[in-house]
Design a protein around this ligand. Structure first.
Ligand SMILES: Nc1ncnc2c1ncn2[C@@H]1O[C@H](COP(=O)(O)OP(=O)(O)O)[C@@H](O)[C@H]1O
Ligand SMILES: N[C@@H](CCC(=O)OP(=O)(O)O)C(=O)O
Length: 373
């Protein structure tokens, strides 16, 4: 049996599906929510940051409105989501309060992930919430999205959030023990897969079946989510949300469900992404001290070591770091726009806020986002 990668993970995304959250569509399962909240509180005590992606708004709205099944029309689904999301928030807020934890509702759309500024804002807000000890609870903003641009299932959203916050792992809790060789609802001989490499075609073939009556994507979207999460080096675990203490047991190294491993680490994936990036928007000219700090000590690049800023770039763009003789020594993801970088170049960190009127990060480029070339 493999050892759970959750044990060493520092930042994780836990995704719970509609059928679990709403007791197969019968209404919110408060007992299950209380269990997950207790387990997430324990993960936080173990020093792990946890973001929860929860489905269930439509299913809970359908139950609250007294409808007998999920409606077909998009506007009725959106209306149901708006009603149900209230219930989800209330239930999570009170479940986490029992453990002294605050929660935050974050509703995201596809556009928030596609637009660079919104993507970076969502990322900063989530990281700030985590640093404040708050548990962010994410769902798709179902009431405003149209069918063509919907994530649709929250497995995809969970994977994109894992990429967004550079999580080490995505835990998908569902109504099955994990990924089977075939849909266990149809094939009683199907066997549980305990470990596999994320992103292979065989996994996609096994997960072909549709989801439950209240869920959306079935296993297929979970396998694709694992493939997406693996791109940023994160492992995915698919396990039963009904298994007692599933999250804390995973955190203690117990292998439960199916573990889909990435073939690279999050840091290596990010550095590869920087190396492969074709659009380099600007150049930072470094003094000799900054060159030594970056090359010899693997340090972050601070504004004080930058003597000039060239080009026109935004926060989050990739820029070159230039040393003596106009040679490129490194490249990385910059924390400030070219306009702001010019204002803080040569300044000590303590003066960033007075120069700009705000401070995002003390570094111009953090060492995790810096690739020596
Ligand atoms: N290979 C497979 N292994 C496990 N479950 C599968 C497989 N293929 C299809 N499924 C179906 O996927 C369902 C879980 O997906 P879904 O209903 O969308 O759940 P959730 O609401 O948790 O996202 C299971 O109940 C199962 O019937
Ligand atoms: N945003 C939707 C999630 C849709 C859905 O069914 O997702 P899932 O159960 O994860 O397959 C909701 O909250 O109802």
């Amino acid at each position: 049996m493999p050892v759970s990668l959750i044990q060493s993970a520092h930042r994780l995304v836990v995704k719970v599906g509609s059928s679990l959250v709403t007791n197969e569509g019968r209404g919110l399962d408060h007992v299950a929510l209380a269990r997950w909240a207790a387990e997430i509180a324990e993960l936080r005590r173990l020093g792990k940051d946890v973001v929860l992606v929860s489905s269930g708004a439509v299913a809970e709205g359908v139950a609250r409105l007294g409808w007998s099944e999920k409606p077909k029309s998009i506007h009725e689904k959106q209306a149901a989501a708006a009603v149900g999301q209230m219930g989800l928030c209330q239930a999570y807020e009170s479940a986490f309060r029992q453990h002294g934890l605050k929660t935050a509702q974050v509703l995201l759309t596809h556009e928030d992930m596609a637009d660079r500024t919104r993507y970076l804002n969502a990322r900063s807000t989530l990281l700030t919430l985590l640093s404040l000890g708050v548990v962010p609870i994410i769902n798709e903003n179902d009431t405003v999205v149209t069918a063509e641009i919907k994530f649709g299932d929250n497995d995809t959203l969970g994977a994109l959030v894992t990429n967004l916050i550079e999580g080490d792992a995505l835990v998908i809790l569902t109504d099955q023990q994990g990924l089977y060789t075939a849909d266990p609802r149809r094939d009683p001989a199907a066997k549980l897969i305990d470990e596999a490499v994320a992103g292979t075609a065989e996994l996609e073939a096994m997960a072909g079946g549709a989801g439950s009556s209240v869920g959306t994507g079935g296993m297929f979207t979970k396998v694709i989510a694992a493939k997406r999460a693996a791109r940023s080096g994160a492992a995915t675990i698919i396990a039963s949300g009904r298994e007692a203490n599933v999250l804390t047991r995973l955190a203690n190294g117990e292998a439960i469900g199916t573990q889909l491993v990435a073939q690279t680490t999050p840091l290596a994936a990010k550095k590869q992404w920087i190396a492969d990036h074709l659009q380099i928007r600007g150049r930072l000219l470094l003094d000799a001290g900054a060159v030594r700090a970056v090359l010899e000590r693997g340090s972050s690049l601070l504004p004080i070591g930058v003597v000039a800023v060239e080009g026109d770039f935004q926060r989050g763009d990739i820029v070159r770091c230039i040393g003596a003789d106009d040679t490129e020594i490194a490249r990385g993801i910059v924390n400030y726009s070219s306009q702001d970088a010019r204002k803080i170049a040569r300044l000590p960190t303590g003066q960033i806020e007075s120069a700009l009127g705000y401070i995002d990060e003390p570094e111009l480029i953090h060492r995790d986002n810096l690739l020596v070339v």
